[in-house]
Design a protein. Structure first.
Length: 67
């Protein structure tokens, strides 16, 4: 890649406010998209099945609340 995290951090701290806002917006979307992709992979791979089954069991046992 050619740039270290430390170098990137330094560059970010030097951004003018308008560019920092743009960077924040970009990074928020980038991070959110990566998170969504990971959740989709985990769900498709069955990694969340045990959690879902436990939540359903808790609900059926009367240990859940309406939101």
């Amino acid at each position: 890649m050619g740039i270290t995290v430390e170098e990137l951090e330094k560059l970010i701290t030097q951004l003018p406010q308008d560019q920092l806002r743009k960077f924040r917006a970009w990074y928020e979307k980038f991070d959110s998209d990566a998170w969504d992709e990971q959740i989709e992979k985990d769900a498709a791979g069955g990694k969340l099945d045990a959690l879902a089954e436990a939540a359903v069991a808790e609900h059926q046992a009367g240990r859940s609340k309406r939101l």
